[in-house]
Design a binder for this molecule. Structure first.
Ligand code: GTQ
Ligand code: FE2
Length: 379
């Protein structure tokens, strides 16, 4: 219930036993306004809900539309100093047109034409790249050029200098995930330009970071005792694919190492800490076998998913979409998500649905505010 006294709205929605409107009450509310004060009883319903409510809405973006616009931008908009990147961000329809996929996460398609270079810079925001199709761009982190190919996950923690260059003769598009909205909200951001042109144009198969860190369970002793942000700059598809395949193979042999029947998943970890790969971002790859279906699951914090292979149907809250390779969708805080794998004619042989996912879970975990549940947990 809302009442108005002398043009001042008095919210009584969540407060029982409110006094009847009177001249004295009016004076009190005018006093609050004059002194820039707001009483809790007027706001408690919105600020302290019984369960998380998100301004972000479930939404799906189709890769074909995104890619086409990125290509058009490639023809029309140069990439260079100032604009820095030809990156086009998902703008959640619940977040007022801001370039925010969720209240904490940035997700963008980035496009680099043949011969182009995105100039070096660094920022405190944490970032990663994920490649759903193509290859041919090297992201140079510090002095380490790192190849980008389909299926690779390339984390890049805050304050590392980075540039991207495309030495080949074909354009390439990929997605970026960053904690830009979170960093903006907590007002912690720094930014610096680097070199306008990175001299090292080498295009190694394997980056230095992989030569040092991509050996299972092994760390250089010189670095082992002093973990900083992740030193491993590429998680290659062959490893991710093999890890997912093994879970489903073992399941077929009667051993349960999957999230649930027919649903394998792996998480990208920091090789030194064994924890989430980035301080603010959790990243995972999921595989739902042909015809499989995941139980509705919800958690605090928001996620962005991208279909890597296959097709199917996704339900988020009361939204439902069919999805195909490259499509992205957003799961707001505490909204249940469930996924059905529906093989279509042009899918890969396995007919499985592979999905890349990233979320802001590390923030909620660090604050001791992470919760997750399925229908099973509630029984
Ligand atoms: O590639 O460095 O989508 O700094 C947003 C900010 C990409 C990048 C984005 C960035 C980058
Ligand atoms: Fe950047």
């Amino acid at each position: 219930m809302t009442d108005t006294i002398g043009g001042i709205r008095i919210e009584m929605t969540d407060a029982p036993d409110q006094p009847a409107p009177s001249e004295d009450l009016l004076a009190l509310y005018r006093g609050f306004e004059r002194e820039l004060l707001v009483p809790l009883w007027a706001e408690i319903g919105e600020l302290m809900p019984t369960t998380p409510t998100s301004r972000a809405l479930p939404h799906r973006w189709e890769w074909s539309a995104l890619h086409q616009l990125a290509e058009q931008a490639g023809d029309l908009v140069p990439v260079g100093r100032g604009g820095e990147r030809r990156a086009i961000a998902l703008a959640n329809p619940g977040l007022g047109g801001r370039p925010f996929a969720t209240p904490t996460l940035w997700a963008a398609i980035q496009y680099l034409g043949a011969g182009e270079e995105a100039p070096e810079h660094r920022h405190t925001q944490n970032a990663f790249r994920f490649v759903v199709e193509g290859q041919g761009v090297w992201t140079v982190v510090g002095d380490d050029p790192v190849a980008m190919r389909r299926g690779d996950f390339l984390p890049q923690a805050g304050w590392n200098f980075h540039a991207h260059f495309n030495p080949g003769d074909a354009p390439m598009a990929w997605i970026d995930g960053l904690d830009i909205p979170y960093a903006h909200f907590v007002e912690s951001t720094f930014f610096e330009f680097g070199r306008d042109r990175v001299e090292d144009r080498s295009t190694p198969e394997r980056s230095k970071s992989e030569r040092l860190w991509a050996h299972p369970g092994l760390a250089p002793v010189a670095a082992a005792d002093s973990p900083g942000t992740t030193p491993l700059l590429a998680y290659r598809w062959e490893h991710t694919d093999a890890a997912l395949a093994a879970q489903l193979e073992l399941e077929a042999q009667g051993e349960a190492h999957t999230v649930e029947p027919g649903h394998a998943a792996v998480r990208y970890l920091h090789p030194q800490t064994g924890g989430d790969v980035l301080p603010t971002i959790r990243a995972e790859m999921h595989r739902v076998r042909r015809g499989g279906e995941t139980a509705p699951r919800r958690e605090t914090g928001s996620s962005v998913w991208q279909v890597f292979d296959g097709s199917g149907r996704v339900r988020v809250g009361d939204h439902e979409w069919s999805v195909n390779r490259g499509d992205l969708f957003v799961v707001p805080s505490w909204q249940p998500v469930s996924i059905v794998s529906e093989a279509s004619a042009d899918d890969s042989d396995s007919g499985a649905l592979d999905l890349f996912r990233f979320s802001d879970a590390p923030i909620h975990l660090a604050m001791h505010q992470f919760r997750s549940e399925t229908e099973d947990d509630k029984r």
